[in-house]
Design a protein around this ligand. Structure first.
Ligand code: EPU
Length: 470
């Protein structure tokens, strides 16, 4: 039986934080049950022609683990360029529920975890987002114990945490699952110890959890077959600035020398490559020309490769600015089909699969899309069909979806079921003739800061319908 006596595990203390801006209310969906209410809705009238420039926000998937990593640090961490999203604010609530002080001012968060007095974050907050679970690594590494509810997040397939757990066990943690919570503590009663662990699959979240844990373990840890995603590199950069010793970020092997203490530091979250890619696809599906910045062009290689193969022109205007042009001389059939298969970085990102599928329904020829990261990330297909898209599921070839020739899309009423799938409906709505009405918008809002404003700025006809005040 596990003992949890080294820290007081009484209910989380009442927040003593100072939030300059209140945490935003829960969205109109419950990510655990996928219950939806119809509002807000996005109303798009197309087809749209886009032009001009769009600013890319900070990366959600970099900000979330960096916020979790502040639990490793004494003193205050100042995290800038945090996108103002439901997920980042939920992560702030997770930290606050542990006793951390979090100040939010526009896109900046000041986090001080010196007052943390609990190792059990609020389960309701953890279950709203996948990234909340990542606190298990820093908690058990710094405080010797953690009790963390199983996470929520988008409904895109089975999302186990076995790699996180087995990795922590290889660092000397005892881990048990009880009442939907993962309870972990250092077996030696003192702290984690360096070890070796090979991930069966290069999971982004497990790599991040284990990197944070290893930074404070006693001795050296070698993690192999780790994720190489830019978000992992961003986290390693933050931890290194806090005094950690992490080698190999961006490769498939990490060597981490543990330190007994890390100090909070300042950091600027990198631009969101998935938001950037989504706007590049918006330019393509509307056969428009737009520029985007800031963006790190080398992180966009797999998308640039597919867009170029389809016939788009991508120009690097400066070190952090790209111009995407798909302007057609004759009608809208100038782009060609391509074959897409998602995979871990540097492969084609699963987080852009639904959006590129929307584009491919408008391209000339037979495209195919294979999702290899998540087993149920296809909820957008049934909605795209309602617009008139020609997509067929080919069960003979594992999870391949074939988009046939040029589909003429016509507006319809659609439901977003997850962040990226929802965004693919927005892209299709931009290209479709007439009015497209999208509900389940809270899903989309989780990943895209100021979405409607950015689209309107580019010339799209987008309105947001809010519920009538009762
Ligand atoms: N997996 C396991 N066991 C584990 C962990 C993962 O089998 O212990 C499997 C998953 O079931 C999945 C695959 O590994 O089939 C990849 O999952 P991964 O752990 O890499 O994903 P994640 O860390 O849960 C992050 C992003 C996702 C993004 C994926 C892949 C965050 C908060 N989320 O999720 O982002 O799709 O990496 O790049 O960083 C999104 O932003 O819309 C989103 C879903």
């Amino acid at each position: 039986m596990a003992s949890f006596s080294t820290l007081n595990l009484s209910p989380s203390p009442k927040p003593t934080h100072s939030l300059l801006k209140p945490l935003i209310p829960a969205p109109e969906i419950d990510t655990r049950t996928q219950i939806q209410t119809p509002y807000p809705k996005l109303i798009l009238t197309g087809p749209s022609q886009l032009s001009g420039h769009v600013s890319i926000s900070g990366s959600k998937n970099s900000a979330l683990p960096i916020l979790a990593a502040t639990l490793c640090c004494s003193g205050t961490s100042r995290i800038q360029n945090v996108p103002d999203l439901f997920d980042t604010r939920t992560m702030a609530s997770v930290l606050v529920s542990l006793g951390a002080k979090v100040e939010v001012l526009d896109n900046e968060m000041l986090v001080n975890t010196d007052g943390v007095g609990s190792v059990e974050p609020n389960a309701d907050e953890i279950q709203k987002i996948r990234g909340g679970f990542f606190v298990i690594g820093p908690l058990v590494a710094r405080f010797g114990e953690a009790v963390v509810a199983l996470p929520g997040g988008c409904n895109i397939g089975v999302r186990p945490v076995d790699l996180h757990i087995r990795g922590l066990q290889s660092l000397g943690a005892v881990v048990e699952l009880r009442d939907g919570k993962v309870q972990a503590y250092a077996a030696n009663g003192r702290g984690l110890v360096g070890g070796s662990f090979q991930l069966d699959y290069p999971s982004v979240g497990a790599t991040e959890t284990l990197m944070m844990a290893a930074c404070m373990a006693d001795g050296t840890t070698v993690l192999s077959n780790v994720a190489r995603e830019p978000e992992v590199v961003d986290l390693a950069r933050f931890l290194t600035n806090c005094g950690a010793c992490v080698d190999g970020a961006g490769s498939n092997k990490l060597v981490i020398k543990g330190k007994s203490q890390l100090r909070g530091c300042e950091c600027v979250v990198a631009p969101d490559r998935i938001e950037a890619g989504t706007f590049m696809l918006a330019a393509a599906i509307t056969r428009s020309c737009i520029s985007i910045s800031p963006v790190i062009p080398c992180q966009m290689s797999s998308l640039i490769h597919k867009l170029s193969a389809a016939g788009c022109k991508i120009k690097k205007c400066s070190h952090d600015t790209l111009e995407v042009s798909a302007v057609s001389g004759r009608g809208g059939d100038n782009l060609l089909s391509v074959v897409v298969k998602t995979g871990p970085y540097p492969g084609f990102p699963t987080d852009l699969q639904p959006q590129i599928m929307a584009l491919l329904t408008t391209c000339n020829g037979l495209s195919s899309v294979e999702e290899s990261v998540f087993d149920k990330r296809m909820s957008h297909v049934s909605e795209l069909l309602k617009l008139g898209a020609k997509i067929q599921e080919n069960s003979m070839i594992v999870l391949t979806h074939v988009c046939y020739h040029v589909s003429v899309l016509n507006g319809s009423s659609l439901v977003a079921n997850d962040i990226r799938g929802g965004m693919s409906l927005v892209l299709a709505g931009l290209a479709a003739e007439g009015t497209t009405e999208i509900s389940g918008v809270a899903h989309i809002d989780r990943g895209y800061e100021n979405l409607d404003m950015k689209l309107r700025f580019l010339g799209a006809d987008v309105k947001r319908l809010m519920p009538l005040a009762s």
